[in-house]
Design a protein around this ligand. Structure first.
Ligand SMILES: C[S@@+](CC[C@H](N)C(=O)[O-])C[C@H]1O[C@@H](n2cnc3c(N)ncnc32)[C@H](O)[C@@H]1O
Ligand SMILES: [Zn+2]
Length: 299
């Protein structure tokens, strides 16, 4: 996480991108028309002209999801802790760098990057490091992830949102949408992107984590996934290119545990069960990490 101060006008710029999810009008801290707004820390809520009000969490993220939210796929606190530890080990750093290298030429230096399903903000932060004056907005349904994402980068803000709902974002406001192992809402990604913007999607290839034995209970990657992704997005996007980022890394036992506990398997495996299964492995274990980084352009 970055300790540098937030950009002087970060939230002022993001409020130009965000809209009230209930009525579509602009949001502002109650009673003010800010010309510069650095962080949301110290701001209790944002309101629209129609009187809808959205809380700002103590950790600095904006709670746009109100009422009864279906958070079945939201990362839990334990998953986020495992993810934070795993990412800090650096095994996915080549992916983060490759993603930043893909995004940088597609986005103006002072552009806007939307990370749909941002998690802890790890990838958004790396992308923003490659774009000297861009701002980023991370959306995620997990408040535990957003507590991290809110401080991930001085030029990134974070808000709770469910990607399956219409996004609380002005049409055409994003230069690039990034989506890393998270749900994809093609029609909404298309709407919020500027017409010559880009959607950059990261998915695991069929070789990803291939060495991990089936006994660990990881959900395997279906080889047809990339085709399915292309078909799902084809109504709104054309695939421009796909790069493969692949490495073999040596994973320690605790890292393999974190890898399992940060992912979808965590929804149906217990921590003790994972630790027991991993204890039987010969570690450090050579493991292939393999990803597709795909660029899609709006039709
Ligand atoms: C596998 S994690 C990836 C997080 C991050 N992109 C990364 O790679 O570190 C999937 C993320 O999607 C979020 N998520 C799941 N369903 C969602 C939805 N409907 N709307 C928004 N976020 C969602 C989860 O909370 C989680 O943070
Ligand atoms: Zn409103």
């Amino acid at each position: 996480m970055s300790n540098s101060p937030a950009a002087p006008d970060l939230w002022h710029r993001l409020l130009g991108v965000l809209r009230c999810p209930l009525c579509g009008t602009p949001l502002a801290p109650r009673g003010t028309a800010p010309t510069s707004l650095t962080t949301l820390r110290g701001v209790n809520s944002l309101n629209c002209a129609e009187g809808h009000s959205f809380d700002v969490a103590r950790q600095g993220y904006l709670s746009l999801l109100t009422g009864n939210t279906n958070a079945a796929n939201a990362d839990s606190a334990d998953m986020v802790t495992a993810r934070t530890r795993f990412l800090a080990a650096g095994h996915y750093e080549p992916l983060a760098r490759a993603l930043a290298g893909t995004v940088a030429p597609l986005c103006p230096p002072d552009g806007t990057v939307l990370d749909a399903g941002a998690g802890t903000g790890y990838y958004l932060a790396t992308v923003l490091d490659a774009l000297p004056d861009a701002v980023g907005l991370g959306l995620d349904v997990s408040k535990f992830a957003l507590r991290r994402a809110a401080g991930a980068h001085p030029r990134a803000g974070a808000a709770t949102w469910d990607i399956w709902k219409p996004l609380p974002v002005v049409s055409g406001a994003a230069d690039v949408v990034i989506n890393v192992f998270a749900p994809r809402n093609g029609p909404e990604f298309h709407r919020v992107l500027r017409p010559d913007g880009a959607l950059v999607v990261v998915t695991p290839t069929a070789r990803h984590l291939a060495e991990l034995p089936a006994s660990l209970g990881m959900l395997s990657v279906d080889a047809a996934k990339e085709d399915r992704l292309r078909r799902t997005l084809s109504g709104h996007f054309r695939q421009e290119r796909t790069d493969v980022v692949e490495r073999q890394v040596a994973m320690t036992g605790p890292q393999v545990c974190d890898l399992i506990l940060m992912g979808p398997s965590a929804h149906h495996l217990g921590t003790e069960e994972v630790h027991r299964s991993v204890a039987s492995l010969d570690t450090p274990l050579p493991v292939t990490v393999s990803f597709h980084v795909s660029v899609y352009r709006p039709h």
